[in-house]
Design a protein around this ligand. Structure first.
Ligand code: DGL
Length: 280
């Protein structure tokens, strides 16, 4: 069992920011990444649709005999984590709880901002998790639907990105927010622009936390305790990238999120029962 791969799933390329950290902390593990690039974005879709897509992805990865599933998408974690855990008999990790725990421990002012897709924010998943971890927190939840296309276009700086961020961050100007959760796996590549945008606000410079390292630490701890990690002397693991669509600029976009060219086999796959439904 320990020799099986870890499955990582996202609506598209954002989850590569999580996979990159997984590889850094767990280089001996085999990984199978699934990006549902044919149906991205999930962030503007309804709960039932996101849940159905996530179950399609999980069943594809289960067929690849993964030993654990990492839902490297905040929107799918917000809407589908319980359904995935009901469906699978392997450990299933979401990206919300680990970074929420880190934020709840980090904040001194008790004011936290969460940036996410419309779906993630509408679900209330971060607010609910944060308040369960620490009652009395003041949570500013901000939907930022334009950040995913900006990140995928590689507009990581410049006037347009700055203007968009300035508008999204207005609600936390003049607050005591000292911790900002980048609650979408696309956002870490915009970290510099988001940091600079917070510096232009009347606001003490906050910490920017993303899910990658906290989620990886949770995976490493739980799989390690269960004896499910490959041994230290097993050599470097393999990486396989499965995409439901391979658009023209895919390699360049993926490299932005992964930090280097994808170093493994790239496969175009169909994850739905009905092949005609992949483009719905
Ligand atoms: N990366 C996804 C997330 O973390 C958002 C992208 C999308 O809208 O599909 O929520």
């Amino acid at each position: 069992m320990s020799n099986r791969p870890i499955g990582i799933f996202d609506s598209g390329v954002g989850g590569l920011t999580v996979m990159r950290e997984m590889i850094r902390q767990l280089p001996g593990e085999h990984f199978v990444y699934l990006g549902d690039t044919a149906r991205v974005p999930y962030g503007n879709r309804g709960a039932e649709t996101v849940c159905r897509y996530a179950l399609n992805a999980a069943s594809f990865l289960r067929d690849h005999r993964v030993k654990a599933l990492v839902v490297a998408c905040n929107t799918a974690s917000a809407f589908a984590l319980d359904a995935l855990r009901d469906q699978l008999d392997i450990p299933v990790f979401g990206v919300i709880e680990p970074v929420a725990r880190q934020a709840a421990e980090h904040t001194e002012s008790s004011e936290i901002a969460v940036l996410g897709t419309r779906g993630t924010i509408r679900s209330g998943a971060y607010k609910h998790t944060l308040l369960n971890l620490r009652a009395g927190l003041d949570v500013h939840s901000i939907a930022c639907p334009l950040l995913v296309p900006l990140a995928e276009e590689g507009w990581l700086e410049g006037n347009v990105t700055d203007e968009v961020l300035a508008r999204y961050l207005t609600p936390i100007a003049d607050t005591a927010t000292d911790t900002v959760i980048l609650g979408c796996t696309h956002y870490p590549i915009l970290r510099n622009a988001i940091g600079e945008a917070t510096e232009r606000l009347p606001l003490a410079t906050p910490a920017l936390l993303d899910s990658a390292s906290a989620t990886t630490a949770a995976v490493a701890e739980q799989l390690g305790d269960a004896g499910l990690l490959r041994g230290d002397d097993s050599g470097v693991g393999t990486r396989t990238f499965c995409l439901t669509d391979l658009p023209e600029r895919f390699a360049a976009t993926a490299e932005l999120f992964f930090g280097r060219p994808l170093d493994g086999e790239c496969r175009h796959v169909n994850i739905t029962d009905d092949p005609t439904s992949t483009t719905e």
